[in-house]
Design a protein around this ligand. Structure first.
Ligand SMILES: NC(=O)c1ccc[n+]([C@@H]2O[C@H](COP(=O)([O-])OP(=O)(O)OC[C@H]3O[C@@H](n4cnc5c(N)ncnc54)[C@H](O)[C@@H]3O)[C@@H](O)[C@H]2O)c1
Ligand SMILES: O=c1ccn([C@@H]2O[C@H](COP(=O)(O)OP(=O)(O)O[C@H]3O[C@H](CO)[C@H](O)[C@H](O)[C@H]3O)[C@@H](O)[C@H]2O)c(=O)[nH]1
Length: 337
């Protein structure tokens, strides 16, 4: 039995592939490398460079690798970009998922794990937010993901697709052994920006909104270490193979940190100071986002190992320093002797 991972060369996908391989799974990856990196796919794991929505490609991979489960990460991930190009997001997130599901059902692959997002909730009425809260996404990105959740629900009813939709909260950190991490150029994630400032690649960090009615005026987020999230996918796979039924699960730790607290954690672990500037609110930002984690803890055999903001910040920083050293080595080589 083999697990097909779409988007396995990307940030979360590559950590999950590592976790699956370490757990003894046979894995195959489809990735078009639009934001992923072939070197993130471990040796011995076949990588098919192509589109996860290419039904012929998916058909062939399922048949040739005896795929019994699909973990679907492939997609576009930047909220603000989805505002500028909604149709691009509906194509690459919603249409791609439809084609992938179509190939899966045709080939009889029943087990499906989907990368959804806390962005499906929009501004929650209650914190922590539970899976049954109303879904009112504020962006095409969130809507493109919610549409896929709805398709999964309908495909479960009609064709017996067995799925876990994982709604990720704020994913951060990097592989503790430094093998993979967030390498996407122009990434907008808070901790990534903060470690770029801590390593001198940015002169300062802007805090988008300091007048929210929160403890210190900045937004609050529930950060989950990417390695814990990767292991949640392994647990979801075990759940489905053991006959667990369709379910939607929040992936977070259930507690939040403000933007200022998060920046302070990065400064603390780096032992370096950098400039922090108050800036106006970023359109579409949700004030406070914290997961109710009771369902995932009840449903999956999953015990997070890195539920600590300083650890998340330290692993993100370690990875950023490695990236920087690699970039400097390449630049040195480019200097004529
Ligand atoms: N990073 C987060 O904070 C976060 C939060 C919530 C949900 N998610 C979801 O998790 C998934 C993975 O996100 P990530 O942060 O690892 O992003 P990423 O950009 O690093 O990874 C996406 C991967 O998918 C590939 N890809 C994109 N479109 C493809 C296509 N049509 N066919 C084949 N490959 C394609 C990219 O090359 C890349 O390797 C996404 O679906 C994203 O929406 C991420
Ligand atoms: O330079 C920065 C970057 C971010 N922020 C703030 O930090 C918080 C977190 O912002 P991120 O961009 O890191 O993450 P988001 O909460 O906007 O979104 C992330 O989490 C969401 C789920 O809640 C979605 O899944 C989405 O895909 C993912 O990028 C926000 O208040 C944002 O305004 C700053 O103040 N300055």
């Amino acid at each position: 039995m083999t697990v097909l991972v779409t988007g396995g060369a990307g940030y979360i996908g590559s950590h999950t592939v590592l976790a699956l391989v370490e757990a003894g799974e046979s894995v195959v990856v489809i990735d078009n490398l639009s934001t992923g990196f072939s070197q993130f796919v471990p040796e011995g794991v076949p990588l098919f460079i192509g589109d996860a929505g290419d039904e012929n490609l998916v058909d062939g991979v399922i048949a040739s690798h005896r795929v019994d489960a699909i973990i679907h990460f492939a997609g576009s991930v930047i909220v603000s970009a989805s505002m500028r190009d909604p149709l691009g997001y509906y194509r690459n997130n919603t249409s791609t998922s439809r084609s992938l599901l179509s190939a899966a059902t045709r080939r009889g692959v029943k087990n499906f794990i989907f990368s959804s997002t806390a962005a499906v909730y929009g501004n929650p009425d209650r914190i922590p937010v539970g899976e049954d809260a109303p879904t009112r996404p504020l962006s095409p990105y969130g809507r493109s993901k919610l549409m896929t959740e709805i398709m999964l629900h309908d495909a479960a009813e009609a064709y017996g697709v067995n799925y876990v939709a994982l709604r990720y909260f704020n994913v951060a950190g990097a592989d503790p052994l430094g093998r993979v991490g967030l390498a996407t150029e122009g990434a907008t994630h808070l901790i990534k920006i903060a470690v770029e400032a801590a390593t001198g690649q940015r002169s300062r960090i802007d805090v988008y909104g300091t007048d929210y009615p929160t403890t210190d005026g900045s937004c609050i987020r529930d950060f989950i270490h990417v390695t814990d999230l990767a292991e949640a996918h392994g647990a979801a796979l075990g759940y489905l193979r053991a006959g667990g039924g369709p379910v939607t699960l929040n992936c977070g730790y259930g507690h939040g940190y403000s933007v200022f607290e998060t920046i302070d954690a990065v400064k603390r672990v780096a032992g370096r100071n950098f400039a922090v500037a108050a800036a106006s609110r970023r359109p579409g930002d949700i004030m406070t986002m914290i997961a109710d984690t009771s369902r995932i803890r009840r449903t999956l055999d999953w015990i997070p190992r890195y539920d600590d903001l300083d650890t998340i910040a330290a692993h993100a920083l370690g990875w950023e320093e490695k990236l920087l050293r690699q970039r400097q080595a390449v630049e040195l080589q480019a200097i004529p002797a």
